[in-house]
Write a protein that binds this ligand. Structure first.
Ligand code: CAA
Length: 283
């Protein structure tokens, strides 16, 4: 299957990044969000990211303009009707994703693939909300999407080989590396990563070191590009909490129990970079 047009659902940091790399790969993109203001914000994020590439000499100004011209604003899921592929990047809430998958299944052409950028929710369950479970798949990008090379590809129980091949090809076309993973809670990336982040939050909660101290230990001692607490702020603390809850429920193992401080930060609206405050202050 030749994928030329995609609908990206959700214009947040992940959705806008996905729309950007799709447009960079030459695809026509519809960038959808419920409110036009959210789409405008997503577009501004894309412009900023592309300008970074221009200032580094990795992209020409005219190429940047051409990429932006391939992205069309959307506030209607009916735009799925024009696309061979839909990539959903809405918030990590099953109820919301369920509604989106049910609706988009009505609009997308019969042969179109419905992919989800979910970071931990079961693909098999998402597929069950549609009439095309063989054409539903997980396409899990990493943040920041324009620079991270991995896309974790998750096959649901009914995902067909044709769907997998089409999405692996699309991933490659976007300049990324596809790595396959089974449909287990948290997949591989978050099953491993979030345990480390949660442990770092426990260390901070217990007063074992400052946030900067914990991050410095992991950066200088393990050569991680970012410390676990600054990475949590980048991912979003609400997302970190949601993933830990999926892991805890999915495996029933107390090792995934979210640190109470994480829960409290989320309750307070300290969600990391996107709200200007998390383990660090960004204002
Ligand atoms: N758009 C374009 N370019 C960007 C960018 C963006 N959004 N963000 C960073 N860059 C570029 C920078 O301009 C810079 O380019 P050059 O190398 O050409 O100078 C390069 O990326 C490196 O950036 P910086 O010099 O600013 O800073 P850095 O060296 O610390 O790199 C980073 C930034 C790439 C984010 C790096 O810190 C890193 O790899 N951090 C870890 C990120 C990570 O682990 N992501 C996965 C999170 S988990 C996830 O996403 C999945 C989930 O489900 C939760």
């Amino acid at each position: 299957m030749n994928i030329e047009k995609v609908l990206v659902i959700g214009a947040g940091q992940m959705g806008s990044g996905i729309a950007q790399v799709a447009a960079q790969a030459g695809l026509q993109v519809y960038l959808y969000d419920i409110h036009r203001a959210a789409v405008t914000k997503g577009r501004q994020r894309i412009e900023k990211s592309l300008s970074k590439f221009v200032s580094k000499g990795k992209l020409r100004e005219d190429e940047k303009e051409a990429i932006l011209a391939r992205i069309q604003d959307s506030t209607s899921l009916e735009d799925a009707a024009h696309c061979q592929c839909v990539i959903e990047a809405a918030v990590e809430k099953m109820e919301i994703k369920k509604k989106i998958f049910q609706e988009v299944d009505q609009w997308a052409p019969q042969e179109a693939i419905l992919a989800s950028n979910t970071s931990s929710l079961p693909i098999t369950a998402l597929a069950s909300y549609t009439e095309r479970p063989d054409r539903v798949i997980g396409m899990h990008f990493m943040n920041p999407v324009p620079v991270m090379r991995l896309v974790e590809i998750i096959r649901g129980l009914a995902t067909s080989d044709e769907t997998y091949d089409a999405i692996a090809n699309l991933t490659e076309k976007m300049g990324k590396v596809a790595v396959s993973c089974k449909d287990i809670p948290g997949f591989i990336s978050n099953r491993v990563l979030q345990v480390m982040i949660n442990e770092a939050i426990w260390c901070y909660y217990e007063g074992a070191a400052t946030a900067d101290g914990i991050d410095s230990i992991m950066k200088l001692g393990m050569n991680h590009p970012m410390g676990p607490l600054e990475l949590a702020d980048l991912i979003g603390l609400d997302t970190v909490l949601a993933i830990l809850e999926v892991l805890q429920e999915g495996y029933g193992d107390p090792k995934y129990r979210p640190c109470p401080l994480l829960r409290q930060y989320v309750q307070a609206g300290y969600l990391g970079r996107k709200t200007g405050r998390g383990f660090y202050n960004y204002e």
